[in-house]
Design a protein around this ligand. Structure first.
Ligand code: P1T
Length: 388
């Protein structure tokens, strides 16, 4: 794996984890649709016993995921939320978690309505503007970061968080949800994070036909615990979905470059549009953490959040008028999507928390796809004009 880590990213995306099939020479990893493996004698097998524990298609994907994140160990899961849940299983009753205040609604829901009821303690902190050190307690065992965050696209200084965490006696684990940036633009393990999480449903698969998750780490002990939990909890990615994600990853570098190129141009045009109040995109110099983004990312991604002028009627009209952008939850596919976080992806976040975060009725989130830029702009401009 370490040799692969030195290779260019796009080479790793095509090749890591994928070897010609040993029995046929097939260049593509087959879909090993099997639940179990025949043994020659009890305990004498070819490295696979049961597909919850290990499956060759899933293993190829796990090796690919690890290589992309410059990590040693990858785990492919049934969803991004399964990955969040698995990380919570690393903790014990009474442990304290500091989470960035703006996280995906499903992550916040899992924290607030499931794990808080099992004795974990959560604080949601604006880590883009508040010092982590002020919130660490003796029982703080994990710091949870999304960067860019969903949906407000805040950028958290990952290295600074890692350094602060390391100084504290409790040495909380730093987990980074890297779904929005992808390893193409940001590699949290290289910045010192302990675990990277992905909803592979998004950019890694990239074709909106899979729900999946991933965890990657470099730490041998942590990997052993995650492997134990993965097998015990059983939220594994099936072979067909593993194969789809593995296939999607091959074009990750090409797709991400295009997502970013179009998103940057669209963000600039939106910023100048009469029907737009303000735009949040880490690549704009107006973004409050633009300098941090430039420091820790090699690009700014394909997600844009903006406030439309007016009220809920205007954002509704805009979203109803779109023809090329699909009005749908999720993101990171080749096709462009638009959504209303307050009503859709972040509806489960308590209203007063949404208000504090700025997730208002006029907030709209775009996932810029890889279609022709002028076609996308025609769609957005037309819908914006019709929204007034
Ligand atoms: O949907 P799932 O694969 O379980 O992933 C959850 C998840 C985790 N982390 C981030 C940053 C996410 O954005 C998500 C899922 N997000 C959406 C469905 C969405 O539209 O924002």
């Amino acid at each position: 794996m370490s040799e692969l880590n030195k290779q260019g990213f796009s080479t790793k995306a095509v090749h890591a984890g994928v070897v010609p099939d040993p029995t046929t020479g097939a260049i593509m990893t087959p879909i090993y649709a099997t639940s179990t493996y025949v043994q020659a004698s009890p305990g004498k097998h070819k490295g696979f016993e049961y597909s919850r524990t290990g499956n060759p298609t899933r293993r190829a994907l796990e090796q690919s995921l690890a290589a992309l994140e410059s990590g040693k160990f990858g785990f492919a899961l049934s969803s991004g939320c399964t990955g969040v849940d698995l990380c919570m299983h690393l903790l014990q009753q009474g442990d304290h978690v500091i989470s960035v205040d703006d996280v995906y609604g499903g992550t916040a829901r899992l924290f607030r309505t499931v794990w808080a009821h099992h004795g974990l303690e959560f604080d949601f902190v604006d880590l883009a503007n508040q010092a982590l050190g002020d919130f660490i307690k003796p029982n703080t065992k994990m710091v949870w970061i999304e960067s860019p965050t969903n949906p407000m696209l805040k950028i958290i200084d990952i290295r600074k968080v890692v350094e602060t965490a390391a100084k504290h006696q409790a040495r909380p684990l730093v987990v980074v949800d890297n779904t929005f940036a992808t390893p193409y633009f940001q590699q949290p393990l290289s910045l010192g994070a302990d675990i990277v999480l992905h909803s592979t449903t998004k950019y890694l698969n990239g074709h909106s036909d899979v729900v999946g998750g991933a965890l990657v780490t470099n730490d041998d002990k942590l990997a052993a615990r995650l492997a134990h939990l993965h097998n015990s909890q059983g939220g594994v990615q099936g072979p067909f979905d593993s194969w789809l994600v593995l296939r999607g990853i091959k074009t990750l570098a090409l797709r991400m470059a295009q997502h970013e190129k179009s998103a940057l141009e669209i963000a600039k045009r939106l910023e100048a549009h009469a029907q737009v109040e303000s735009v949040i995109y880490p690549g704009l110099s107006s973004h409050p953490q633009h300098e941090v983004a430039k420091k820790q990312m090699t690009g700014f991604g394909g997600m844009i959040t903006f406030f439309i002028r007016g009220n809920l009627d205007n954002s509704r009209r805009f979203l109803e008028q779109l023809r090329l952008f699909g009005l749908a939850e999720s993101l990171g596919g080749v096709e462009s999507l638009a959504e209303h976080p307050a009503i859709m992806t972040h509806a489960s976040v308590p209203a007063e928390v949404r208000k504090k975060l700025g997730i208002s009725d006029t907030l709209v989130r775009l996932s810029v796809g890889i279609e022709n830029l002028e076609d996308l702009w025609l769609d957005l401009d037309g819908a914006l004009k019709a929204s007034a």
